[in-house]
Design a protein around this ligand. Sequence first.
Ligand code: SAM
Length: 275
Amino acid sequence: MELWFTEKQTEDFGITMKIKETYVSEKTDFQDLAMVKTEEFGNMLLLDGMVMTTEKDEFVYHEMVAHPVLYTHPNPEQVLVVGGGDGGVIREVLKHPQVKKAVLVDIDGKVIEYSKKYLPSIAGGLEDPRVEVLVNDGFMHIHDHKNTYDVIMVDSTEPVGPAANLFTRGFYQGIYEALKEDGIFVAQTDNPWFKADLIQSVNKDVKEVFPIVRVYTANIPTYPSGLWTFTMGSKKYDPLEVDESAIPEIDTKYYTPRLHKAAFVLPKFVEDLIK
Ligand code: SAM
């Protein structure tokens, strides 16, 4: 008998994957958490029935959250990741020698616990001496840490449940205040096929707070529509003014110095969303 997992990405459309084994399926204090083994994409973390990360395609998302912003800031020493309990963004952050301290704040300790156990290739960096792991609401953390960070990365779930307030203007204002005077942030901002309204509202809110706002994309096959967006807000440095010849070739499988600026070239229907 075959077992398949289907994520309904809209009421009328979804993706489905054949499941080899279910390791965990439990309700945490914040969300439904499942960890399964898939035939096609290896181990996969699900939260509230949504694909969070898979062993096979995780590198795209985690590299594209971390490297564009960390190669735009000239000296990213103090870094914050909001969410990101699977550890993938932190693993990429640690490839930057200038980073002195990387703080991860995830509201759900169970995500961290099970990611360490079932996603070792993703979560391995969480034990690094430069990393501080906190179990807390990211919204609270940024309000308690003003003028602290050079770079903030928001690797949260969709704007439902515990992440509902991580896509609000108040949150972006809090991010602005938690950043140092030349700080820069990036957030995952979903897909333009099914979440165009979200991309538009986030872009409008971030533009009201930050002087420089840029959107870029990447291809993530297990995420809704496969076309993913990221929104960057910066107080001083523009990712499009980076000298890509000064960006080193590091151990990546998706991000490259050549892709740094190319990722910001948007399809017309996405450009039109954020005009
Ligand atoms: N890459 C995924 C995506 O784009 O949907 C996100 C992966 S990561 C596992 C998402 C994390 O955000 C989860 O571990 C969840 O617990 C965390 N999260 C949700 N709301 C949060 C909040 N208010 N503060 C901190 N972490 C939060």
